[in-house]
Ligand binder design. Structure first.
Ligand code: FES
Length: 162
């Protein structure tokens, strides 16, 4: 189902969020886990329509929801590949070869940073510090950390993504 064909916030997610908000002191505090669930269920990225529907559900202004979704790099506001590869580029990783890891990631996937590979398999993004500085350089593949990387490791790591 394409983004234009599916509901911005399906009933199943609304029901889930109605239960979810019961576990937080304030309704708005459940926004981030709700955005994660939207992204998981609605094609891997958050459309403007979904952000607006979440704003309405959580009693927020659309700009507030957009601000949250655009602040955190784990939320995607454009279509992404089936697998998302994030390469940390902050200081510890940069000093230990993050640019080489990123370059190799782009070579192996065929995606540019911020883009999607032609076959739709991979997206590559630059990440801010992931708190794994002692194991720099590192990348995150579909949420899993891969640390202490050499460029020669990248193809093996990405080869595990089906
Ligand atoms: S700088 Fe890369 S994990 Fe901290």
């Amino acid at each position: 189902m394409s983004p234009s064909e599916r509901p911005a916030l399906p009933e199943a997610l609304r029901a889930e969020f109605t239960e979810l908000v019961r576990h937080y002191p304030e309704r708005q505090a459940a926004l981030i886990p709700a955005l994660h669930r939207c992204q998981e269920e609605l094609g891997g990225w958050l459309t403007p329509e979904t952000l607006e529907a979440c704003a309405e559900f959580f009693g927020l202004e659309p700009v507030e929801v957009f601000g949250v979704a655009s602040f955190y790099p784990m939320f995607h506001l454009r279509p992404v590949g089936r697998h998302v590869v994030g390469v940390c580029h902050n200081i510890s990783c940069a000093l230990r070869g993050a640019e080489d890891i990123l370059r190799e990631t782009c070579r192996v996937t065929g995606s540019k940073p911020g883009g999607v590979s032609a076959d739709g398999r991979f997206s590559v993004v630059r990440l801010e510090c992931q708190g794994a500085c002692t194991a720099a350089p590192m990348l995150v593949l579909d949420g899993a950390f891969h640390e202490n990387l050499a460029t020669a490791d990248v193809a093996r790591v990405l080869g595990g993504a089906r």
